[in-house]
Design a protein. Structure first.
Length: 366
């Protein structure tokens, strides 16, 4: 389905981007993947370097080719030159300034990356058809469950009204959907937006609760559980997200002409979520069990002494819950990995990455 395709992945050193690139390189023959990432310092850059290093080393055994470009999608000249050189078939835009709370104090980063950067991608896709060229056959881009805001109706459906974002981050993601729709209508660009729900897993983002909680507990600090624990999140394991993206990539929306002779926008939106929201207190309980099992924390660790229940934070929402009916119907896919199994994989990775080398060093000193 994707064999022999030229593919651009933006945000290629990010959590989702790196995992997607790795899966494509290991499973799709004769594929050419170009990855771009600005390697910014929103969180620990060493994690991005770790993911990128794994990608580059995979070249020895992978069935595809990978090229990495350090750069920013807000740099229009750079984006245009990359498109001109590579003649992409599929573009997957995963580059974005992430984080709801960070958007409250650092709005400029969101406008630069999420709006200007995405506009540059759309323009490059548009001009890929110049002079009758085949151009980009599918633009896939990351949206977010945050667009649902404080909608009362659950599970969240892509048919729901999402006109009341509660953070700038959510507003930029909704803007991406509107911009993509306009370009699909005007320039007949097949595009699919994916609303991701609370993605987690090994080598993920340290600003996400499961990772941040682990760091704090290791340091003996208290973890803050918002809305006094009365929050639910639809945690979705990274492998499920990657499988969902991969299936979507190979099936672009069909180009059609309307009765007016103009293109019917080849445009789709899907939720990718587990469809099983977990209460935060239950999530923390499973996390602590798996961290103990993986020896990240000692068996006698006093978890209760390190939990602090606090009010809801600005920009946060009480529940996320994905309706994945459309995804199941169109791609015969729904996420499979349950929370315990996913957190078990994270805990094992965390021990290997942060603690195993230190333990070996201690053993050598004895």
């Amino acid at each position: 389905m994707l064999k022999g395709k030229n593919i651009l992945i933006t945000g290629a050193a990010g959590f989702i981007g790196a995992n997607l690139a790795m899966e494509l390189l290991n499973s799709e023959k004769d594929i050419n993947v170009v990855g771009i990432d600005n390697m910014n310092e929103y969180y620990d850059v060493s994690l991005k370097k770790y993911r990128l290093d794994k990608l580059l080393k995979s070249q020895d055994v992978s069935v595809g080719k990978f090229e990495f470009i350090k750069g920013d999608i807000s740099d229009r000249e750079l984006i245009n030159s990359i498109f001109e050189k590579n003649k992409f078939d599929i573009v997957v835009n995963l580059a974005a300034q992430a984080g709801v709370r960070y958007s409250i104090t650092n709005p400029d980063a969101y406008i630069e990356s999420n709006l200007i950067g995405f506009y540059n991608i759309l323009e490059a896709c548009r001009h890929s058809y110049d002079d009758g060229a085949k151009g980009v056959t599918h633009l896939v881009y990351a949206s977010s469950s945050s667009v649902y805001g404080t909608n009362k109706k659950v599970p969240y459906s892509t048919d729901d009204k999402v006109d009341n974002p509660v953070s700038l981050y959510a507003a930029t993601k909704k803007s991406n959907e509107l911009m993509a729709h306009a370009y699909s209508k005007l320039y007949n660009i097949p595009s699919t937006g994916l609303r991701f729900f609370t993605v987690y897993g090994p080598a993920g983002r340290p600003d996400m609760a499961y990772f941040g909680f682990t760091n704090k507990l290791r340091e003996g600090k208290n973890i803050e559980i918002f809305n006094y624990g009365n929050c639910k999140r639809d945690f979705t394991y990274i492998d499920d997200i990657v499988e969902g993206i991969k299936r979507v990539m190979g099936k672009p929306p069909e180009r059609k002409t309307g009765e007016d002779g103009l293109p019917v926008p080849p445009y789709k939106l899907y939720n990718i979520g587990n469809g099983h929201p977990e209460n935060l207190l239950e999530f923390v309980d499973i996390l602590q069990q798996e961290l103990t099992e993986a020896k990240v924390l000692p068996a006698d660790y006093d978890f209760e002494a390190h939990k602090k229940l606090v009010p809801m934070q600005p920009g946060d929402v009480p529940v996320t819950f994905a309706d994945t009916t459309d995804l199941e119907r169109d791609f015969n896919f729904r996420p499979q990995v349950n929370l315990r199994d996913g957190l078990k994989e994270f805990a094992r990775w965390y021990y290997d990455y942060y603690m195993e080398a230190a333990d070996e060093q201690d053993a050598n000193l004895r």
